[in-house]
Design a protein around this ligand. Sequence first.
Ligand SMILES: [Cu+2]
Length: 165
Amino acid sequence: MPTRTANLLLAAAALAVLVGVMLAGQWLGSRYLSPNDGGERVVLTIPAGCTATEGGCEAEGEGVGIQLALPAEPSALTPFPVRVRVRGLTPDQVAWVRMEFEMVGMDMGLNRLTLEPREPGMWAAAATLPVCVAGRSDWIARVTVRGAAGQIYQADFPFSTTGPG
Ligand SMILES: [Cu+2]
C-alpha cells in the first residue's frame, strides 16, 4: 500500500474517532448534565378535589397516569409510606420515579427521594417531612417519572400534614 494512501486512511480513521468522541460527549451531556434532565417535561393534570391522603389520587396527561397514595394522616418527623402507580408506561419504559416535597413560596430544603419498584407498575418509599418553621401544613408532593425515551412526567399533588408541623 503506498504511504500516501495509508496516511489518508489513518487521518480518516482519526477523524472518525474524534467525531465519535464528540457525539458521545454530547449524548452524555444531554443525558446527565442539563438542568431538567434533558427531557421534555409533561405536567399532568390533577383532578379537582384530588386528595392523595384519601385512598390515592391520579393525575393524567398525554396517555400517562400517575397515582399517588399517602397515609390518611401524614405528620412531620414520622416516616410514612408513599406509593406511586404509573399507568400508560410499561415498567420497562420507566427509568426512575422520584418525589420531592415543597411548599408554595417557601423553601423547605431538599426533601427528595427515589422510589423503589415494588411490583409491576408500582413504586414505593418511606418519606419523612421536616417541621415547618412557619407552622404551615400545606405541602405539595411532586412526583416525577422519567420515561425511557427521556421525557419527564410531573404531577404536583397537594396534601396536608396533621398534628405538629
Ligand atoms: Cu413551610
